[in-house]
Design a protein around this ligand. Structure first.
Ligand SMILES: N[C@@H](CCC(=O)N[C@@H](CS)C(=O)NCC(=O)O)C(=O)O
Length: 244
């Protein structure tokens, strides 16, 4: 049995982490039975979630988890795609994970109002007396990470401009197709769904979300993916499951 370690449903999303949502989608696509555990962060092999435990074998990082599923269960997420399409899918995946992701982190963790509505809830279990110190320390670490990655060196407007360009590219490439690469879902849909839902999450006020909301095809896509993979959610990120 596979255990998926994440953070648990929050902000109206199956998980606040797009990487955890991505892995959950991959498990659903491969029709593998799994259970979710939101108490494993401290034991994370690389200090981050998601990771999985597959019958005692622990694999960290959403991309290595995908490769593990492909190898162990002989499941090709990209079946039917040409090598050119696979290359395009990989490039879009990394646009979301290595560029848009950091704009999302900045929007959720450094904007005060968004932080109070969102990530602040992660600290509920910290004793009230300690909470201000812990929150301050974690937010300082986050800012250091953003600075080291590079996104944190830009102004708010510059970060938004970069992320909006990424979101527009995703919407333009999706165009009128039902799924990102065509008529059927492939591996990249796990990532595009997770990050688009994260960007569209109505809890957070961001120019990136405003830009994404202008793309009707993106909202319909999130609704279509939700209907297929999260039938128990009437809506995810403000996108109704039946709207696709
Ligand atoms: N490359 C990793 C990224 C995972 C990641 O960044 N996870 C974040 C949550 S979205 C995390 O656990 N952050 C905790 C930390 O950095 O302390 C993947 O693809 O799984």
């Amino acid at each position: 049995m596979i255990t998926l370690y994440g953070f648990g449903p929050q902000f109206g999303l199956p998980d606040p982490s797009p990487f955890v949502m991505k892995v959950e989608l991959l498990l659903k696509m491969a029709a593998l039975p799994y259970r979710s555990d939101s108490n494993g962060f401290r034991a994370a092999p690389k200090g981050k979630c998601p990771y999985i435990d597959d019958d005692g074998e622990r694999i960290a990082d959403s991309t290595f988890i995908r490769w593990h599923i492909e190898r162990k269960y002989r499941f090709d997420f990209d079946r039917g795609l040409s090598s050119e399409q696979r290359a395009i899918a990989w490039a879009f995946e990394k646009l979301a994970e290595d560029n848009i992701y950091w704009a999302l982190v900045d929007a959720r963790w450094t904007d005060e109002q968004n932080f109070q509505k969102g990530p602040m809830t992660f600290f509920r279990k910290v004793p009230a007396l300690l909470r201000p110190v812990v929150v301050k320390t974690v937010r300082r670490q986050l800012r250091k990470m953003l600075h080291a990655q590079g996104m944190g060196r830009h102004s708010r407007d510059e970060i938004a401009a970069l992320a909006m360009r990424g979101v527009d590219s995703i919407a333009d490439y999706l165009a009128a197709k039902p799924f990102f690469m065509g008529a059927e879902p492939t591996g990249i849909d796990a990532t595009i769904f997770a990050f688009t839902a994260g960007v569209l999450c109505p809890l957070f006020e961001t120019p990136i979300r405003n830009a994404a909301e202008r793309h009707d095809n993106l909202k319909r896509y999130v609704g279509r993916m939700s209907a297929r993979y999260y039938p128990d959610y009437p809506e995810i990120a403000g996108c109704k499951a039946g709207d696709g």
